[in-house]
Each structure stands twice: as structure tokens, then as C-alpha cells.
Design a binder for this molecule. Sequence first.
Ligand code: PMP
Length: 429
Amino acid sequence: DELPDEIQKNIRRRDQSLGPGYRLFYDTPLEVLRGEGVKLFDRDGNEYLDVYNNVPSVGHCHPKVIAAVHEQMQTLNTNTRYVQESILDYSEDLLSTFPAELGHVMFTCTGSEANDLAMRVAKYATGNQGIIVTSGAYHGLTAEVASFSPSLGIGVPLGANVRVIDAPDALRYSSDQRSLEDHLRNQVRAAIADLHRHGIGLAAFIADSIFSSDGVFAGPAGFLRPIIEEVHAAGGLYIADEVQPGFGRTGQEWWGFQRHGIVPDIVTIGKPMGNGIPVAAAIFKPELLVEFGRNIRYFNTFGGNSVAVAAAQAVLDVIREESLIDNALKVGEQIITGLEDLAQDLDQVAEVRGSGFFIGVDLVTDRSSLTPDGDAAAGIVNALREDRILISACGAQGNVLKLRPPMPFSSNDADRLLDGIGRAFKRLR
Ligand code: PMP
């Protein structure tokens, strides 16, 4: 009830027109009117530090993206059934950021569609139906993709062709890299054996390369390798879902899987690709598309339209021109180190982990039991919101603070964030 009348009225209107399928962030919902860089502004002009949005990845309302979209909108906006040089330029530019084995890109509008297409191709190319995912995975909203998104909970049943392995939680499943890798290898072997027992061959293992909804698991880098070996030995494909970590967010490289020293058979990308303009894609090893392309009619009306591609090209350009991947690495390290200092004497912080601008803080009741504490995380998220710093939480129990700012996030922004988290952590003492 501290909310101004105007916002309360809009929340009521929202309930009436959008209905019960919609959720709002925060105990005190936030009405936003404007965004700029890493800032959001409310009705009264108050400024909020955005440490959560990876979609406006090169910053809210980036002038270069606006100009590209504006210009293309005045020139032409049509579909991929015409020859258009801009889509060829973009495709070549995008593919140049991937290992050479990945040679074709197909455009969609959303990450869900990209994963839907990736899985269709995987099933078609292998002749198999089986799918393996991690226990807290989210891959999208279509009926097919939801059937391999266990984070949606028991209301959305997994497919009979889907098997689940543990999240790569090094804190809870191992004390060193070797044992985490052994654990994951055994899990994948068991999943494949169980599929076979039910007469189902393996089509694909699909994983978010930063395991965002699982709770942000970045390391130790390389833990995916044994899983992929087992998947390939069973005749399955590896699909890297880069919708969350992609476009340089994890620092150092363009794509999250590169940290693990592996090459996927298929990669899916989305969210940050157009800085908010709906555009997504699946990238393939060309041999996977030969039969599929010949026999299956796949046309996506809006996928890769001229305006979407203009936005996507501007995003690639800005990432390079503003050295945003280096920035993610450098300022990301500053945040991780700062969080580790703040957490040193806090028994409720089990671990600070992440890579670049994808950072998780694992909150527990105490370090000896490692019992996830989702209430503590919700408390911190809401306390920070009152302090005008926007973050969220993830993980199966909602106990992992999720920090994922737009990539122009500066060292000064990091200082402000760490000050705020320092204040919020006082509630844990
Ligand atoms: N994959 C991952 C890892 C995601 O986090 C999401 C969205 N949160 C998707 C796929 C689906 O993307 P979209 O919402 O654009 O359909």
C-alpha cells in the first residue's frame, strides 16, 4: 500500500486485461517508463540500476540500434524468401564468431522457436527421439520445448522421451573437478541406458551453457566434455542453448560453450541478439541440414526479417566497437571479487560463482548443511529493489541471486551494486 495510486490503478488494469497468466517482479512492483544504458526510470524519474536484463545487452535504447532499426523500417521490411544482401552480410558476420564446423544459420523470432527447430533437426538427423536435459533446465514455451524444460514444474509433465540429469553443481556433487565430471558422466550413462531400456535412442543432450535456471554453474570449465563424449558415443547430438550466455556475456569469448573447449552440433541463440527486437536463430553443422532442408518445409514469417537483421547487425557492431566482451570479463571479475569479500564471514553465502556478467550467489541456511534458502534470496532481491538496484533469483529452490546486467555496466556501476549488496547482506547477520 506504499505504492502510488497511479501504479495501483495500472496493476488493477493489468489484472483485468491480461488476466491471471502474468507475473510481476518484486513484492513492490515497479512501473518503468524509460531505459537508458544500464538504467531504468520510474514515473517520478527515479533511477534504477539494472543488474538483471540480458536482452538489452548493449544497453537500453542504444542509439546505434535505434538508428539501424529506424532506417531499415523506412526502407524495407520483408522475409527471407527474397535475396537481401543485409541478411547475407549478417549471417557471414555471425558465423565468423563460431567455430568453423558450424556453417549454417536459420532464423526464428524467439529462443523457444530456435530450440524447437534445433530439436526437430536433431531428431530428423539421428532418427532418434530421446532427449537429455539438466534437472532445472528451461528451454522455452512451445508444447514440445516445454516437454524438455523441467524447471516448469510438475504442472508441465516431461515427455516420455525425456531424461533428466543433475545440474552441474560442483558445490554439492563434488569437491574437485574430477569427481564432478565422473558424477555427470555416470548420470548421462544412466540416462542413455534408461532410454534404451524403453526402446528410445538418443537424439540430443541440450544444455544452457551457463545453466541459468539451474542456478548459474560456470565451472570448473571443461565439465561438459565427458557428457558430450557419452552423448556422441550413443549417437546423439549436443545442442548448446546460448540464449542466456551468448553474445559475449560470459567474457573472453562470444559463446558460453567455448569456455568448455567443446564444439556443439547445434547452437541456439536469442534474447540479446536484437537488443529487444525479436530475433533468434539456430546454427548448425551443415551436414545436419542436408536431408532436413531437402524434405522439410520450414518457413518462419518474421524470423530474420529485414528490420530484425538490422538490429542484430547493430548489436554485433556495438559489442565490437565498445569492447563489451572485455568489459564483461573485467567488471564481472570486479563484481565476483567484491561479492566474495562481502560474503567472507557470512555463513549463509555458500558460494559466489559465474563468468563475466553472469553471476550467481548461492544462499543457504548454513554452510555445513548447504540447505538452499529461497526466502533469504527473495529478501535480498526485494531489499535491493527498495535500494533501486534490480536483480533476481534462480535455481530450483530460488536460492541463487542472479546478476546479469546489460554489458556496458561500468566499474562505477559495480561499486554501486556492491555497496547495495553490502547493505542488503546486513539483513542476513
Ligand atoms: N533457452 C533459455 C536458456 C532461456 O533462458 C529462454 C528464455 N528465458 C529460452 C530458451 C526461450 O527463449 P524465448 O523466451 O525467447 O522463447
